[in-house]
Ligand binder design. Structure first.
Ligand code: FAD
Length: 368
C-alpha cells in the first residue's frame, strides 16, 4: 500500500481477523479510500502468527473464514493439519492482497487521544495521525494474564505463559507445573507430558474443569456468547468467550485421563523459592509443598487496550460499557468501536463485528 496517511476518516488499529473483516466491509460500504489499518505485527495473521508450532488448524477448532474468500479457496487444499502459525498468515496475507486492503506494518499505535472533533494517534516512531472514527481491533495476545499469588517473585525456577510456549522439548527432564483449566492448559499439559523426555507434570487450577462427553451444541455456544455480551453492556470486564464454550471430552483427553496425565489439584496458595505450597500461610495448618522447576501459566489473556487509556473509556465496574447492535460501540464515545472485545473475541465474532463496525462507520460519516 501507499504511505501512511496523516489523516484517514477511519483508523483501524490491529491487523488480525477483526481488522481485516472491518477493512473488507469498509470497501463494500463505500469507504475504500477513507480508512487505513495500522498493525504492529511484523506480518499478516494477527495473533495466529505467534502461536506455537504444534497448534494446527484442527486443534485450534479451525479459523472461521474471512468474509468473501475462505481459507480453502485461498490455500487450495485440505488444510486442517497445517500449523496455524503459518497457514493463517499465509491465508490472511493473500486475502489482504486480493482485496487490496490498506494495511501498514509494522506500525505500533502507542496512544490515542481526543483532538478537536476527532482523534490523534501517536505512533511508535513518534509520528502521529488523525482520524474521525476509531475501530480498535487489537486482540488479546499482547496482554498475557498471570493471577496474583503471593511469593511469585521468590521462585528461582522458570516461569512462562502460553504466550511464550514453543515446544515440549525444552522441558525434558524437568518437573513442570501447568496452571489453568482452559483448552490451552489442557492441550499443552498433554503435549508436554507425552512428548518431553523424562518430564514430570503436575496440574493445578482454581476449578476442576468439567469435560462434556456430548459435543457442544450451537445453542450452548450462543448462550455463552450472550452471557459475555450482557457483561460488557453492563460495563463489567469481559470473560473469554472461547473459554466459556466448554471443554469437549475428545479421544485425546480421554486417553490422557486414562494414562493419569490429568490429575487435577486445587490452586496453590503461595509460591516459594523452589515450588508451590498449599495452606502454607495458615497458622497451625497442614502445609503441603511441591518442588518444581517450571511454573507454566496458562491463565489467559486480557484485552490489549492500554493505548486507549487517554480516552478514559473505563466504567466504575472495571470494564467499558458497550452498546450498539452487536455491542461493538463504546457508549461513552460512539465514535470508538472495539472489535474482538467481549462477545466478538472469537474468529466468527470478529468477522461479524468487522461488518458491524464498517456499517457504523459509514453511518457516522454520512455514507449510508
Ligand atoms: P488478533 O488476531 O489478536 O489481532 C490483533 C492484532 O492487533 C495483532 O496483529 C496485533 O499485533 C495488533 N495490535 C495489538 N496492539 C496493537 C497496537 N497498539 N498497535 C498496532 N497493532 C496492535 N478463537 C476462536 O474462535 N477459535 C479458536 O480456536 C481460538 N483459539 C485461540 C487460541 C489461543 C491460544 C488464543 C490466545 C486465542 C484463541 N482464540 C480462538 C481467540 C482468537 O485469538 C480470536 O478469535 C481471534 O484471533 C481474534 O482476532 P482479532 O483480530 O480480534 O485479534
Amino acid at each position: 500500500p501507499a504511505q501512511i496517511a496523516d489523516h484517514s476518516d477511519v483508523l483501524v488499529i490491529g491487523g488480525g481477523q477483526a481488522a481485516l473483516s472491518a477493512a473488507y466491509f469498509l470497501h463494500r460500504f463505500g469507504l475504500g479510500e477513507r480508512y487505513q489499518v495500522l498493525d504492529h505485527a511484523p506480518g499478516p495473521g494477527g495473533a495466529w502468527q505467534f502461536r506455537w508450532p504444534s497448534l494446527t488448524l484442527a486443534t485450534a477448532n479451525r479459523v472461521h473464514d474471512l468474509p468473501g474468500w475462505g481459507i480453502v479457496d485461498a490455500l487450495g487444499l485440505d488444510c486442517d493439519h497445517l500449523p496455524a502459525a503459518t497457514a493463517v498468515p499465509d491465508y490472511f496475507g493473500r486475502y489482504e492482497a486480493r482485496f487490496g486492503l490498506n494495511v501498514h506494518r509494522p506500525v505500533h499505535v502507542r496512544s490515542v487521544r481526543r483532538d478537536g472533533d476527532g482523534f490523534r494517534a501517536e505512533l511508535g516512531d513518534g509520528r502521529s495521525v488523525t482520524a474521525d472514527v476509531i475501530v480498535n481491533a487489537t486482540g488479546t495476545w499482547d496482554r498475557p494474564f498471570i493471577p496474583h499469588i503471593p511469593g511469585r517473585a521468590d521462585f528461582s525456577g522458570r516461569q512462562l505463559h502460553t504466550h511464550d510456549y514453543r515446544s515440549p522439548a525444552e522441558f525434558a527432564g524437568q518437573r513442570v507445573l501447568v496452571v489453568g483449566a482452559g483448552i490451552s492448559a489442557i492441550q499443552l499439559l498433554i503435549e508436554i507430558a507425552r512428548e518431553a523426555p523424562g518430564v514430570e507434570t503436575f496440574w493445578c487450577s482454581r476449578r476442576e474443569p468439567v469435560f462434556d462427553p456430548e459435543p457442544f451444541t450451537p445453542e450452548q455456544g450462543r448462550e455463552a456468547v450472550a452471557r459475555v455480551e450482557r457483561r460488557v453492556r453492563a460495563g463489567l470486564p469481559p470473560t473469554s468467550v472461547v473459554s466459556v464454550t466448554g471443554l469437549a471430552l475428545t479421544p485425546t483427553i480421554a486417553a490422557a485421563r486414562r494414562d493419569g496425565i490429568l490429575q487435577w489439584r486445587p490452586m496453590f496458595t503461595r509460591i516459594t523459592e523452589t515450588g508451590v505450597c498449599w495452606d502454607c500461610t495458615t497458622e497451625g495448618g497442614d502445609p503441603e509443598h511441591l518442588d518444581v522447576d517450571v511454573i507454566f501459566w496458562n491463565t489467559g489473556f486480557r484485552s490489549a487496550l492500554d493505548h486507549l487509556a487517554p480516552l478514559r473509556l473505563r466504567a466504575p465496574g472495571g470494564g467499558i460499557v458497550m452498546t450498539g447492535r452487536l455491542a461493538t460501540v463504546v457508549e461513552a464515545d460512539p465514535r470508538v468501536q472495539l472489535l474482538g472485545y467481549g462477545p466478538s473475541a472469537s474468529t466468527i465474532g470478529a468477522n461479524r463485528a468487522g461488518r458491524e463496525a464498517a456499517r457504523v462507520a459509514a453511518e457516522l460519516l454520512g455514507v449510508r
